[in-house]
Design a protein around this ligand. Structure first.
Ligand code: URA
Length: 440
C-alpha cells in the first residue's frame, strides 16, 4: 500500500477502505508518513468528504492510537460531556457538579483553551492550588469517593488526534464535519465513559455556523457513539452570543458559583439545567422531565455548590475563593467600553469577543503561552439589548493598561448598534438522540 495512492483515491472522490485509513493514520502517528502527505490527504477529505462508514472507521483507528481508558474500577454508570467549543462556555463547572450531586459519576477529561475559545482546565486552575493532572489511581479513587473528578487530557488519549489536530490547525482543514466528528468521538470513546452528552455549539463563535451543519455533526457523532455501545445524545446550543456575562478564567468561575448558588444569569442557568437533565437521562435516571426537576433541585438545595467545592478541595484547590469569589485575585486595571450611538445591539461577534479577551491576557494564541487568570471581560449589554450613547457595553480587566486599545478595537470591530431589535435565537435549537431529532 502507498500513501500516494490513498491521497489520489480520495482526491478523485473515492471511498477509502478500513485498511487504507488505518495505514494512513497509523503511519502518520509512527512518523513514517510526513506532514506534507498527511496534509494533502486531510485537504482531499476536506474537499471530498467521507461516508459515515469511513468516518466511523477513522474514529476507531484514532481512538485506538493511544490508551483506551478502562473505567470499570469505578462503580456505577459514568457519564461524560463534550462541548464543540465557545466563548464564555463555562457549563462543565456547573452541570458536572449538578449531575454528581444526583449520584451519577463524572470521570471527565477536559481541554485547555486555544484561540478565541476557553477551556475548562484553565478555568479550574484559576482556583489557586487546583491540580488538573492526577495519576490514574488518584483519578479513580476520587471518583469512587466523591463521585466526580475533572482533569486535563493526558497525552496518551487518542494520540493520532493530537497530531492530526495540530496539522489541521495550520492547513485550513479544521472546519470539516467528518474530521471534527472523528476528532471528538475518538477522544470520547478512548476516555471510557458509558454515556456521552455532546454540546454542539452553533453560531458566530462556533465551528458550526448553520443549523443544518450542526445537526449533521450531531447525528454523525451520536451514530458513532451508539455503534460503539455508548449512550449518546447531543444538544445544539446557541453560540451567537457568549453564555452569561463573564469571559476570562477567574471571572467565569465566579459566575459558575453564582449559578450554583441560584443567582446566576438566566441563559447560563437554563442551558446548564438542560445539559444536566440530559446527562441524568442518559445515565438512566428516568424521564427527561423528572431528570430536569432533579437537576433544578441541586441548585435550589445547594448540593451542586457543595459538590463543586468538594471537587476543587479534592484536587487541592483553595475553596475560599468559591465561598467568596470577591477574594479571587483581581486585575489591576479596568476599562469601560461605551456605546457611541443609541440603538439595539444587533450583532456582537462572538469570535471577536473571544479574541478581545485573549488580547487582554485571558487566553493563549500558542499552546506554550501563559494565561492571566484575572484578565477578562464583563458584558453589561448583550445581543438584542437597547443601549444609549455613553452606556457601558462591557468592562475590560487586565494587568497592563497598554492592552486595552487593541482589545477595544477587536471588540468594536464585531459590534453593530442599529435601529432594529434583532430576533434572538433560542438557547437550545434541537436535541439529537439515536431515535432522531427533536427541534425546539
Ligand atoms: N473539537 C475537537 O476536539 N476537535 C475538532 O476537530 C473540533 C473541535
Amino acid at each position: 500500500m502507498r500513501i500516494y495512492d490513498i491521497i489520489a483515491k480520495k482526491r478523485d472522490g473515492g471511498v477509502l477502505t478500513q485498511p487504507e485509513i488505518a495505514f494512513a493514520v497509523e503511519g502518520y502517528v509512527r512518523g513514517d508518513i510526513p506532514d506534507y502527505q498527511m496534509s494533502a490527504l486531510l485537504m482531499a477529505i476536506y474537499l471530498r468528504g467521507m461516508t459515515d462508514r469511513e468516518t466511523a472507521e477513522l474514529t476507531e483507528v484514532m481512538a485506538k492510537s493511544g490508551d483506551m481508558v478502562d473505567l470499570s474500577a469505578i462503580a456505577g454508570v459514568k457519564v461524560d460531556k463534550h462541548s464543540t467549543g465557545g466563548v464564555g462556555d463555562k457549563t462543565t463547572l456547573i452541570m458536572a457538579p449538578m449531575v454528581a450531586a444526583c449520584g451519577v459519576k463524572i470521570a471527565k477529561m477536559s481541554g485547555r483553551g486555544l484561540g478565541h475559545t476557553g477551556g475548562t482546565v484553565d478555568k479550574m486552575e484559576a482556583v489557586p492550588g487546583t491540580r488538573t493532572a492526577l495519576t490514574q489511581a488518584e483519578f479513580f479513587a476520587q471518583v469512587n469517593q466523591i463521585g466526580i473528578s475533572v482533569i486535563g487530557q493526558s497525552g496518551q488519549i487518542a494520540a493520532a488526534d493530537k497530531k492530526l489536530y495540530a496539522l489541521r490547525d495550520v492547513t485550513a482543514t479544521v472546519g470539516c464535519i467528518p474530521l471534527i466528528a472523528s476528532s471528538i468521538m475518538s477522544k470520547k470513546l478512548a476516555a471510557g465513559s458509558d454515556a456521552i452528552l455532546l454540546d454542539v455549539t452553533m453560531g458566530d463563535g462556533a465551528f458550526m455556523k448553520t443549523l443544518d451543519d450542526a445537526l449533521e455533526l450531531a447525528r454523525l457523532m451520536v451514530a458513532i457513539g451508539t455503534a460503539h455501545g455508548r449512550q449518546v445524545a447531543a444538544l445544539i446550543t446557541d453560540m451567537d452570543t457568549p453564555l452569561g456575562q463573564n469571559i476570562g478564567n477567574a471571572m467565569e468561575v465566579a459566575e459558575c458559583v453564582a449559578v450554583l448558588k441560584g443567582h446566576g444569569p438566566a441563559d447560563l442557568t437554563e442551558v446548564c439545567v438542560q445539559l444536566a437533565a440530559n446527562m441524568l437521562w442518559l445515565a438512566g435516571r428516568g424521564e427527561l422531565a423528572a431528570c430536569r426537576a432533579m437537576a433544578e433541585q441541586t441548585l435550589a438545595d445547594g448540593t451542586a455548590f457543595l459538590k463543586c467545592c468538594q471537587l476543587f478541595a479534592a484536587q487541592g484547590g483553595d475553596i475560599s475563593v468559591l465561598k467568596d469569589p470577591k477574594t479571587f485575585k483581581q486585575a489591576a486595571y479596568r476599562y469601560e467600553l461605551t456605546a457611541k450611538t443609541d440603538g439595539f445591539i444587533m450583532k456582537n461577534d462572538v469570535e471577536k469577543i473571544g479574541n478581545a479577551s485573549v488580547l487582554l491576557g485571558a487566553g493563549r494564541l500558542k499552546k506554550e503561552d501563559g494565561i492571566d487568570f484575572s484578565a477578562g471581560i464583563t458584558m453589561h449589554k448583550k445581543l438584542g439589548d437597547r443601549v444609549q450613547s455613553g452606556d457601558a457595553i462591557c468592562t475590560f480587566y487586565a494587568n497592563d493598561p497598554a492592552l486595552f486599545p487593541a482589545a477595544e478595537q477587536m471588540y468594536r470591530d464585531g459590534l453593530v448598534i442599529g435601529p432594529e431589535k434583532p430576533v434572538l435565537p433560542p438557547l437550545v435549537y434541537a436535541r439529537v438522540t439515536k431515535d432522531g431529532v427533536e427541534r425546539f
